[in-house]
Design a protein around this ligand. Structure first.
Ligand code: IMP
Length: 177
């Protein structure tokens, strides 16, 4: 198996502090609402697990899986639903929880999908906002960290399904992007 050179860009401690702050903000904003955290698999499972435990209001958690990337690091641009949410979405406050916004195509597709499903409200929360390759004018409502470039792994971000288990976030020094 090929070994990649990595550089830590966001520490475990920095992630913990930022996720706690996001949880406080979301708890304030959704007080009195009908919040459903909609984690996008597989990249957001670690983020969603930590985020939901820093949220202090009543909420539900569900999962959606879309496919947009192959084994490489560049977007194919085509998105399809692989696993639909299990919960009823209609009329509820959906907060889509993503690992990273890159081109924006995945979140744009998900926004449209939840509007079509007649969600009461749809907002976006992403751990990392990577603006360099954005193809659609999409702004997340809650952003953990903004980074301009690099291919990131760790904290459930993967390269060809590897490195999701690393507790901090790293850039791959030798992956084409
Ligand atoms: P977008 O549709 O281009 O915004 O890409 C969103 C998806 O691409 C994310 O949910 C990730 O799964 C994947 N992705 C984009 N950039 C990275 C990265 O730097 N590391 C790991 N996955 C990435």
């Amino acid at each position: 198996m090929q070994h990649h050179t990595m550089l830590e860009v966001i520490s475990r401690r920095a992630i913990e502090e930022r996720v706690a702050a996001l949880g406080r903000q979301i708890s304030q904003d959704y007080t009195g609402g009908d919040l459903v955290l909609m984690a996008v698999l597989g990249g957001a499972f670690v983020f969603a697990a930590d985020l939901c435990r820093s949220i202090t209001i009543d909420c539900c958690i569900d999962f959606v899986r879309v496919a947009s990337y192959g084994a490489g690091t560049a977007s194919t641009g085509s998105i399809r639903l692989v696993q639909a949410p299990a919960l009823e979405v209609s009329g509820r406050d959906i907060l889509v929880v993503e690992d990273i916004v890159d081109t924006g195509l995945t979140l744009q597709w998900l926004l449209q999908y939840f509007h079509q499903q007649k969600a009461g409200s749809v907002r976006l929360c992403t751990l990392v906002d990577k603006k360099e390759r954005r193809q659609v004018p999409l702004e997340a409502d809650y952003v953990g960290f903004t980074l301009n470039h690099g291919f990131l792994v760790g904290y459930s971000l993967d390269f060809a399904e590897r490195y999701r288990n690393l507790p901090a976030i790293y850039t791959l020094q030798d992956a084409a992007s």
